[in-house]
Design a protein around this ligand. Structure first.
Ligand code: GTP
Ligand code: MG
Length: 288
């Protein structure tokens, strides 16, 4: 095994220029925005919350949308949801169902009603509500927009960084949605959160060491969902350097090079793919 590569724990950082630009452009458009849908991934509602979002949004009305609810650990995500609600957040759990869309629209209208009533008193007509959809890369912003619109208007991709620019999308007469490219923040103070983001594909794979992430996944799964590791890989204990575990997985999944030597690189990628593709079950990696 390439031990240098496997054990070289470099800090993760990913804040390319286009993210800073997106934040600048959002700031410029803020005066036009009535409501913000803050999209977090239900599998990591703490790690995937943009750390400096409140600083940027300066008191805008917000609804937090927990996307990918269909693939999270519902029990754990419910605890995190209550935590946010205790702090005053309005939260909607979003999966592929149409009921979550109805709830989103209705909560948005409720938020705006006092404003429109006020406008009507001044003799002004109702206008469409302008909503900014914001979140980390790959959080599910564009998918959410398509669900609300009922058509595939926004581009969607499984890799982070799919949406490249801000763009307005109209929903009927009443709402306009502003899709935005995923953004992070300049420095990850918490590397555990950074690894969680990378493990669930909100940080692009080219900027992380895949062994850092697969090691992290094995350790995290062993801590939170040990049975899943047993079911998928037949692993029941974890050693410090994880080499034995990589060998077990390599054998079980046929990730072998010539002469029956484990292909560690391939095993590392498999572990990451297994988590992302749901083969390790529905998971939530954050805890209160
Ligand atoms: N299972 C599940 N997958 C989802 C859900 N929402 C989004 N996805 C998937 O997550 C991936 C990213 O979705 P996008 O809508 O492109 O995410 P985004 O936040 O717009 O991403 P960027 O534009 O890259 O910032 C895609 O593979 C989607 O199919 C969901 O509610 N459930
Ligand atoms: Mg997008």
């Amino acid at each position: 095994m390439d031990n240098n590569n496997r054990q070289n724990q470099a800090n993760i950082n990913w804040f390319p220029g286009h993210m800073a630009k997106t934040k600048r452009e959002i700031k410029e458009k803020l005066a036009l925005i009535d409501v913000v849908y803050e999209v977090v991934d239900a599998r990591m509602p703490i790690s995937s919350k943009i750390k400096d979002i409140d600083e940027l949004l300066k008191g805008k009305k917000k609804i937090m949308i927990m996307s990918k609810y269909d693939i999270c650990d519902k029990e754990e995500t419910a605890k995190l949801k209550s935590c946010y609600e205790d702090k005053g957040y309005t939260i909607i759990l979003s999966d592929a169902s149409s009921s979550s869309v109805t709830e989103i629209i209705s909560k948005t209208n409720i938020l705006m009603e006092p404003y429109f009533k006020d406008q009507e008193k001044k003799g002004l007509k109702r206008r469409s509500i302008r909503v900014l959809v914001m979140g980390v890369p790959n959080a599910g912003k564009s998918t959410l927009i398509n669900r609300i619109v009922g058509k595939n208007k926004a581009g969607v991709g499984s890799k982070p960084g799919f949406t490249k620019q801000l763009s307005w999308i109209r929903v009927g007469k009443n709402i306009e949605l502003l899709d935005s490219p995923g953004v992070l923040w300049p420095k990850f103070e918490n590397q555990e959160e950074a690894k969680t983001l990378a493990a669930l594909s909100s940080i692009k794979e080219e900027v992380v060491n895949s062994f850092d992430i697969s090691n992290f996944i094995l350790k995290k799964m062993f801590e939170l969902y040990p049975k899943r590791l047993e079911e998928r890989y037949g692993i029941t204990t974890l050693t410090d350097d994880l080499i034995g575990e990589y060998n077990i997985i390599a054998k079980k999944r046929g990730a072998l090079k010539k002469g029956g030597v484990s292909d560690y690189e391939k095993v590392s990628k498999m572990i990451i793919q297994d988590l992302q593709n749901g083969y390790l079950g529905n998971i939530t990696l954050d805890r209160k």
